[in-house]
Design a protein around this ligand. Sequence first.
Ligand SMILES: O=C[C@H](O)[C@H](O)COP(=O)(O)O
Ligand SMILES: C=C(OP(=O)(O)O)C(=O)O
Ligand SMILES: [Mn+2]
Length: 452
Amino acid sequence: MQDLGNWTPSSWRARPALQLPAYADDGALRAAEQRLATLPALIFPGEIAQLRTRLGAVARGEAFLLQGGDCAESFDEVGQDAVESTFRVILQMAVVLTYAAACPVVKLGRIAGQFAKPRSSDSETVDGTTLPSYRGDIVNGSAFSAAARLPDPARLLTAYAHSTTTLNQLRALAQGGFADLHEVHRWTADFVRTSPQGARFAELADRITESLGFMEACGFDAARTPQLHAVEFYTSHEALHLHYEQALTRHDARSGRWYGGSAHMLWLGERTRQLEGAHIEYLRGIDNPVGVKLGPNAAADDVLRLLDRLDPDNQPGRSVLISRMGSDKVAERLPPLLRAVRRAGRTPVWCCDPMHGNTVTASNGYKTRDFERILGEMRGFFSAHAQEGTYAGGLHFEMTGQDVTECRGGAQALSDEGLASRYRSACDPRLNGSQSLELAFQIADVLKAARA
Ligand SMILES: O=C[C@H](O)[C@H](O)COP(=O)(O)O
Ligand SMILES: C=C(OP(=O)(O)O)C(=O)O
Ligand SMILES: [Mn+2]
């Protein structure tokens, strides 16, 4: 078993911690942490071990990882629509990829806990008024008022409550009949059904339905094949708010290991991955699969030191490296990292986040991303792996199943003016349901070619 040295769930507190809120009332923070520590973990060790096994298959090139969801979940949107629509689009994307590339797809939501946000600036100025930045619903409110922006420790408990609600809904959707492959036609949202993507998906769904009918006519017993009736769906979020993560850390008496009980998988962002920092210290001691984002300034040596710290035994399925270079930099910056990791004999999952290196400001002030640049980084990621003889293992998207207008382009040809109509994200722009499906068809072609 990995030697954790002097690690404890609270050893991160002796290290410099970036991006954490400064609470005015220490007593209220401690009370919230103590309350959380008495509540059940959201995710249990057996489920975490199962995801490690699935990601191990990705690391070996036998499966593909699809990770996606909101940039920042909102307390106001916890409920039927937002969760169900994102779940159904992830299912649709996964079916498109599985069908095209005949490759199992591991489905991992940025969901049921994605409430904490790192920011470039501590404050925001609007019309001459300066207030603290919004840092995610677990910390403060997105409304531009002094009261909303005050960090409130009671939000830690609301985040836990909302995560349990969402997780309960996800478990029901994944296991309760909705995800049955015989229902594949029902997964399309109404606004997508009439789009070119909707039509393309309907054709694919017809082929799947026909194949199932054919196989059942040949005597294949679908009723005895659980994989047709339910899906494995896992959760993840950025492990930014360490007070929250520590309070949900649990010891597993059976294995003797510690695990983060807030999600199956946890990752660190580009801004909090300092080797000697608090966030890496926390992550190294838990047994979950863990990820690290890598931006264009990551050096090969940094990446190897991070793997030494997080995954010293080089266990397939433990570490996920998520590159987010930008479409204009991926061809130059990613190959040296792939080469160094391969030469060191390391076997992390390599995943691409084509969102965070491609954020721009539209002419009317909206934070946005271009569909073509997202696609461009994704293609650059596959090319870099082909060039280096490594496996392009997965993709990480900021997306929603809803009909929002936050990213430009795609078949809908969303323009700067179009962004204003339904821009709902409190942080970064997401692909909408139709853009997400369009992207899945594009990736399917690339994945099929890469696997051939
Ligand atoms: O989601 C990631 C970050 O929180 C986000 O990209 C930061 O955005 P900012 O540069 O507006 O702070
Ligand atoms: C903060 C995020 O990304 P990054 O750390 O890559 O900027 C994120 O995934 O929301
Ligand atoms: Mn984001």
